[in-house]
Design a protein around this ligand. Structure first.
Ligand SMILES: *[C@@H]1O[C@H](CO)[C@@H](O)[C@H](O)[C@H]1NC(C)=O
Ligand SMILES: *[C@@H]1O[C@H](CO)[C@@H](O)[C@H](O)[C@H]1NC(C)=O
Ligand SMILES: *[C@@H]1O[C@H](CO)[C@@H](O)[C@H](O)[C@H]1NC(C)=O
Length: 333
């Protein structure tokens, strides 16, 4: 029953948009993480992803896949989806009990974690590539492609034994093939079409500057935040005039909750060298009009002071007016 149902994937499409122009994701994959605490206790998580975008999560309460986007069913009928739900239910239960049984045979010590990823990728023309990989304790264990199981070097003899073991289960291998080579590519093509508007949307970033924790005496960390953009590719650089600053450090591009992205780019400089630096942002949504933010310490402090003092002043004025009114009212009485 093993690594079986890991797969639901997809393939990309020829014709229509040419692939050279298509900037979006070209891969669909399913993830599975299973933690085995001891010989009787295990828990698992499953999810489906189009590139970086999560489309499904497995709900272990109802034992069904939850579709997270209006278009994430693609052209799968409800019937096919219920069929896949049942397949995954059987798979998860079978996977856990099979691994628990094999753990002693393969001398795997509790606790341990198994990760699996399976899916398909669109290549140029009609070609699609399917993949299935398993990891044990965070190390590659095996890859299954094209009917054959390849043990990973990190998996040692255990992985070799396991590949021999799994190859006896022809029926399981056939199901994997069907899911990966047939269903996945069709599904991938259909969600790329169904989700086109979302996937190809252009959303402009917002950018702002702040000061990070001081990297050392007399030094400043300049932070350029870029948020809310889509698609993911973005170029952000600290500049002095037209000169890129090679010490610029780029963080990971992180997801916002609304399917846009966030990036933080920092530069450590001596305090006296901060003036004249700017952060430049290039993104496809900006149509060549880069965002440029200049580091201006005195001005930003000025703005902060203004932002604090102004509201305080207004409150004071209101209070004074109120006191004055009250006083005149009492005097009149
Ligand atoms: C197995 O692990 C679970 C979760 O950590 C724990 O609650 C349970 O008591 C353990 N059972 C045995 C037999 O050790
Ligand atoms: C997969 O197997 C088929 C036939 O067995 C072969 O033609 C093809 O080249 C193989 N693909 C890869 C990526 O190994
Ligand atoms: C779903 O779409 C894919 C790609 O467009 C197509 O190959 C497949 O036949 C479709 N499946 C159904 C059930 O309509």
């Amino acid at each position: 029953m093993l690594l079986l149902a890991l797969a639901l994937p997809a393939v990309l499409f020829p014709g229509g948009d040419t692939q050279d122009d298509f900037q979006g994701p070209t891969t669909f994959h399913v993830n599975q993480i299973t933690s085995f605490a001891n010989s009787t206790w295990a828990q698992y998580q499953g999810s489906g992803w189009l590139g970086d975008l999560q489309l499904q999560r497995w709900d272990s309460g109802s034992e069904t896949a939850v579709f997270l986007k209006s278009w994430s069913k693609g052209n799968l009928s409800d019937e096919v989806i219920s069929g896949l739900d049942v397949l995954f239910q059987v798979y998860f239960i079978g996977f856990i009990s099979e691994v628990q049984e094999l753990a002693s045979e393969f001398e795997v010590e509790y606790p341990f974690e198994i990760q699996g990823i399976a899916g398909c990728e669109l290549h140029s023309g009609d070609a699609t590539l399917s993949f299935l990989k398993g990891a044990l304790g965070g190390l590659d264990f095996l890859t299954i492609t094209n009917h054959s199981c390849l043990p990973a070097p990190e998996g040692g003899t255990r992985a070799q034994m396991f590949c021999i073991f799994i190859s006896q289960y022809k029926a399981i291998c056939d199901i994997i093939d069907k899911l990966l080579i047939e269903i996945c590519p069709q599904y991938l093509l259909s969600i790329l079409e169904a989700g086109k508007t979302d996937l190809q949307k252009q959303v402009k970033p917002e950018a702002w500057l702040s000061q990070g924790p001081s990297p050392g005496p007399g030094c400043l960390q300049l932070v350029c935040h870029v948020s809310g953009f889509h698609p993911k590719p973005v170029w952000v650089m600290w500049m002095r005039a037209e000169q890129e600053q090679p010490e610029t450090q780029r963080g990971d591009i992180l997801p916002n909750a609304d399917d846009t992205w966030y990036l933080q780019v920092t530069l450590d400089v001596a305090a006296e060298e901060a003036a004249g630096l700017s952060c430049r942002v290039k993104h496809s949504s900006l149509g060549g009009q880069d965002i440029v933010l200049h580091w201006g310490q005195p001005m930003s402090i000025g703005w902060i002071i203004l932002a604090i003092i102004l509201p305080c002043l207004m409150v004071l004025v209101c209070f004074a007016v109120w006191l004055f009114r009250r006083w005149s009212y009492e005097n009149i009485l």
